[in-house]
Design a protein around this ligand. Structure first.
Ligand code: SF4
Ligand code: SF4
Length: 272
């Protein structure tokens, strides 16, 4: 049996990715389970999902605690050594990360593979929804499911133009993934909180949930307050009728960028 754990954030499609893998391997005659774990229902919050794959019917129903493969679809979570918690010796850590595996700062007795899924998603879908790109990388580096089976599963779930663009992201990542190398970074500090623990409270900083940072151009701002009204995290306060963003509270959802009527808020990609 192969056991997989996904890490992502609400809105990036970790749960959908787990289901697409399960559907793809089922097309190939294998048995699969996809198990979502939502935790807090909050856009941007850490999300975990699990997949089991076997040639025989699967009787287990518990969560996966010692995965053979960990897949991280969020580039900021990919910096956290704790994503490798419980990963089996000789297992695979597949990260959405912009640099080759040799530059990943995570150590252990497992292999690391990377793909810049955020760039691929932005260039094919126009949005940082990275799940289908990461699945292309998964197909190439593990061979557990064929690219064609994943393409069929994607087109069934997303018919039309959206499906075609997701298949493009899948194929690009298949070609561009950095193949696995032994993990060489520093070992995980014991006290670090595993990212798959959900249930964040409002007092905890959500700064590291962000893939993009909103930046206000105060010259363009006309003081309409819409960003202040719509921000779901109360990260925006008004000083002299102009918005000031508290970046400890901002999770990078982009609602303020979308709502600003004069395009005074730019969304700038955070560096990984
Ligand atoms: S400041 Fe903007 S991007 Fe940040 S949480 Fe509020 S609405 Fe979302
Ligand atoms: S929505 Fe735009 S124009 Fe209105 S207060 Fe916010 S930044 Fe200024």
């Amino acid at each position: 049996m192969i056991e997989i754990r996904f890490h992502g954030r609400g809105g990036q499609g970790a749960v959908t990715a787990s289901r697409l893998i399960a559907e793809a391997v089922a097309k190939e005659g294998k048995y699969a389970q996809a198990i979502p774990m939502y935790g807090t229902e909050r856009r941007g919050a850490p999300v975990t999902a699990y997949v089991r794959i076997d040639y025989r019917p699967i009787r287990r129903r518990d969560l996966v605690h010692e995965p053979d493969i960990v897949i991280v679809i969020d580039p900021i979570l990919s910096r956290k050594p704790s994503v490798a918690a419980g990963l089996k010796s000789g297992g695979l850590l597949l990260l959405n990360y912009p640099t080759p595996p040799e530059e990943v700062e995570i150590g252990g007795d497992f292999m690391v593979s990377t793909v810049d899924a955020t760039t691929i998603a932005l260039e094919t879908l126009g949005r940082p929804i990275t799940n289908t790109a990461v699945l292309g990388a998964f197909s190439r580096v593990t061979g557990i499911t064929k690219l064609k089976s994943l393409e069929e599963a994607i087109l069934k779930r997303f018919p039309g133009e959206i499906g075609k663009r997701n298949v493009e992201a899948l194929r690009r990542a298949y070609e561009e993934v950095h193949l696995p190398k032994p993990a060489k970074g520093p070992l995980r500090p014991r006290e670090e909180e595993p990212p798959h623990v959900t249930g964040y409270g409002v007092l905890k900083s959500v700064a590291d949930w962000r893939v993009f940072r909103p930046v206000v151009d105060l010259e363009k701002c006309v003081g309409c307050r819409l960003c202040w009204i719509y921000c779901p995290e109360t990260a925006i306060s008004l000083v002299d009728e102009k918005p000031i963003i508290d970046y400890d509270k901002c999770k990078g959802c982009g609602i303020c960028v979308h709502e600003c009527p004069v395009k005074a808020i730019e969304f700038v990609r955070e560096s990984v």
